[in-house]
Design a binder for this molecule. Structure first.
Ligand code: NAP
Length: 310
C-alpha cells in the first residue's frame, strides 16, 4: 500500500485521470496518491517537477525514490537535502515529440523551406536542395532523446555523427566521445543538434572554438538546454556567417526576456521550450513501472548519477 506524494500540484489535473490506472495496470496494489501530506515520514515515493514547492527532502525518511516528471534534472540534482535515488523521466511520448521537433527543424533547414515561404518578390528560382545523404548531421548526446532523433534522421538518409561522454558502437552511426571526439563529430556537420543535459561538463560546449570547427554556414538546433551555448560566441558566429542559422528551444533564462538579442536576430528562430513535453498518458506508465520495481525490490530504471549530474 505505497503512499505516493504527487508534489507538483499544478500538474495533478493532467495525471489524476491516468496515474491511478497506470499503477493498477502495472500491478501496484492499493497505492494512495496525495498532493500534500503532513506525515512526510510515511511517504514511499515522491513525484517531483521543478515547479514543485517541495525542496527539502529530509523529512521523507522512508521514501524509496524521487521520480522526476522532467527529463532534465539539473534543477534538483544538486539539492543537498536529496539523499533518495533520483529517477529521471524517460517517456515514450516525450521522445516521440522530440523526434518530431528535431526532424521538422532539420528538414526546414535541409530543404530551404524558408526561401519559398518568405519570397516577397515572387522569384522563380528552381534550385533544389541536395539529398539528405549529402547533408551530415551531428547529434550531440546519444541518450534517450538524441539516439531516437538520430535514428529518425538516419532513416531519412542523413549521415549521422553522434557524440556522447562514453564510447558507443551504434550500427550505422559514426560515433565519437570525449573532447577530441567533439571536434571529429563537428568537423563536417552541416546541421548540429544539441541534446545534452546541462552539467558542469556540457556548459558552453558550443563556444567560439567548437563553433569554429563547423563548416561555414552550419545550422545549430538546441532543444537541449540554453546553457550548452555560449550566447555571445553564437551571436558573433551568426554575424560572421560561420553559423548560418540557429533554431533555439531552450534558454538560460526562460521565458526569454523580450529584449534578448535572440528574439531580434534575423537568423535565429526561437521556439518557447516546446520541443518535447512529458505526455501524462505515457509518462504515467513510466512512473508506474518504476514504482512497481520499487515495491518488488527490483532495480529502478533511469537512475540519475549525482556525480555526473544526469
Ligand atoms: P540522457 O538519456 O541522460 O542522455 C544524455 C546524453 O548526453 C548521453 O548520451 C550522454 O553520454 C551525453 N552526455 C552527457 N554529458 C556529456 C558530456 N560531458 N560530453 C558528451 N556527452 C555527454 O538524456 P535525454 O533523456 O536524452 O535528454 C537530454 C536532454 O534533453 C535533457 O537533459 C534535457 O536537458 C533536454 N530536454 C529538452 C526538452 C525540450 O522540450 N526542449 C525536453 C526533454 C529533455 P553517455 O551516453 O556517454 O552517458
Amino acid at each position: 500500500m505505497p503512499l505516493i506524494l504527487f508534489a507538483a500540484p499544478e500538474l495533478w489535473p493532467d495525471y489524476a485521470g491516468v496515474l491511478p490506472a497506470a499503477l493498477a495496470e502495472a500491478g501496484v496494489r492499493g497505492a494512495r496518491l496525495v498532493t500534500a501530506t503532513d506525515r512526510p515520514e510515511e511517504v514511499d515515493y515522491i513525484l517531483h517537477a521543478p515547479s514543485a514547492p517541495l525542496s527539502d527532502f529530509r523529512p521523507f525518511t522512508r521514501a524509496k525514490a524521487v521520480l522526476s516528471l522532467w527529463a532534465g534534472v539539473e534543477r534538483v540534482v544538486a539539492n543537498p537535502t536529496l539523499t533518495q535515488p533520483l529517477l529521471r523521466m524517460v517517456d515514450p511520448g516525450l521522445t516521440e515529440g522530440m523526434v518530431e521537433w528535431v526532424t521538422g527543424h532539420v528538414l526546414r533547414h535541409h530543404l530551404g523551406i524558408d526561401r519559398h515561404i518568405v519570397n516577397p518578390d515572387r522569384i522563380w528560382d528552381p534550385v533544389g536542395p541536395p539529398l539528405a545523404r549529402a547533408r551530415p548531421v551531428a547529434m550531440l548526446g546519444l541518450g534517450a532523446l538524441g539516439l531516437a532523433a538520430a535514428r529518425a534522421l538516419q532513416a531519412l538518409n542523413f549521415p549521422l555523427r553522434g557524440w556522447s561522454r562514453t564510447a558507443k558502437e551504434i550500427p550505422g552511426l559514426a560515433t565519437f566521445h570525449g573532447e577530441d571526439g567533439l571536434a571529429e563529430a563537428l568537423r563536417e556537420a552541416q546541421i548540429v543538434v544539441a541534446l545534452l543535459p546541462r552539467t558542469a561538463g556540457t556548459e558552453n560546449i558550443l563556444n567560439a572554438r567548437s563553433l569554429g570547427l563547423l563548416p561555414r554556414g552550419a545550422v545549430i538546433l538546441n532543444p537541449g538546454r540554453g546553457a550548452l551555448i555560449d550566447e555571445a560566441a553564437l551571436l558573433a558566429a551568426l554575424d560572421r556567417g560561420q553559423v548560418g542559422h540557429a533554431t533555439l528551444d531552450t534558454f538560460r533564462t526562460e521565458p526569454l526576456p523580450p529584449d534578448h538579442p535572440f528574439w531580434h536576430h534575423p537568423r535565429v528562430t526561437v521556439t518557447p521550450h516546446v520541443a518535447a513535453e512529458t505526455r501524462p498518458s505515457t509518462a504515467a506508465r513510466a512512473l508506474a513501472e518504476n514504482i512497481r520495481r520499487g515495491e518488488a525490490g527490483e532495480r529502478f530504471l533511469h537512475v540519475v548519477d549525482r556525480a555526473r549530474g544526469y
